[in-house]
Write a protein that binds this ligand. Sequence first.
Ligand code: R7I
Ligand code: MG
Ligand code: MG
Length: 309
Amino acid sequence: MSGVGAQAVTGALLGALAGDCLGAPWEGRHAVTRKRARARVRRALERPVLAYTDDTQLTLALIDHLVGDTDRVEPAQLARRMLARYDDRRGYGAGMRRLVALWRDGWDVDDAATAVFPDGSFGNGAAMRVAPVGLRWAGDHDVITHVAERSARPTHVHPVGIDGAVVQAHAVAVAASTGAFGRDELAALPAATDELRAGLQAAASLPSTVTAAEAARALGTAPIAHRSVPAALWCAATCEDLEHAIVTAVALGGDTDTIAAMAGAVRGAADGPASLPPGWSHVLEGHDDVVEAARRLAGSLDDGTGDRT
Ligand code: R7I
Ligand code: MG
Ligand code: MG
């Protein structure tokens, strides 16, 4: 059972939400300087509301499942929770959209997982939603690995897609339980595939002084697990706070909402909800829903049995 407190849970989920909302307007752009990225973030915050995307929607669906169904993850039940929240306008990946169509046609979840990509997807969708698993089982290494893997299965059965989720879950867990996430923590993360191992090694040794364009080239910014999780963890490990981590993720370009969301989950887990800069909360769509989901997840940690109300 996790020893993580409500502050770390709320911090991680709000950090992820902030990264998703602030990264989404710039998804698919080229790398820019950090100065320009800071101006982009400032500009985005002038909008009345910043919409969240699939990253947040699926994180909420995973919490629905962990708290409302079973805490050890049943892939078919998790798929139903994803379908219940699914909204086509939230910027889902192309493979994911086709998968949802198959689920709606009544396909078996295991069969559908290899129908779109024959070896399963190695997209970063399983990694971007996995923070609740790291929070729930922080300190329980083997359970995190096992449950993160199961949480990937409805949508990502490719070993690299799964590994991205396992690595990200461990990163959130270590940040939440120690209050720290730097290069040492990054370098110690367990990766099972050559792709993630190489990515983590590159991230652990990449200086914080490189330009965003250099970092993007070295680590990747694509919506696939091994070319986004390392970049997100580099942002989290080398930036002093949540705001800088998100600004740096925006500067990298590419899959900005997801890289910023994963970086935000880790920094927010380490630093708590107070790390959300003043003035952000009222702009983030879904802020109150995420706080409520954090309360439910943290509540189910407290009683040790899962809150199935
Ligand atoms: O992983 P997934 O849910 O995508 C998440 C991304 C995030 O950036 C979100 O913000 C959203 O924008 O999408 O969805 P998938 O469609 O399973 O994977 C994402 C992409 O990875 C796919 O659309 C493919 O381009 C690529 N991809 C693959 N390409 C070839 N072969 C994933 N698996 C494969 C593969 O096996
Ligand atoms: Mg998205
Ligand atoms: Mg994305």
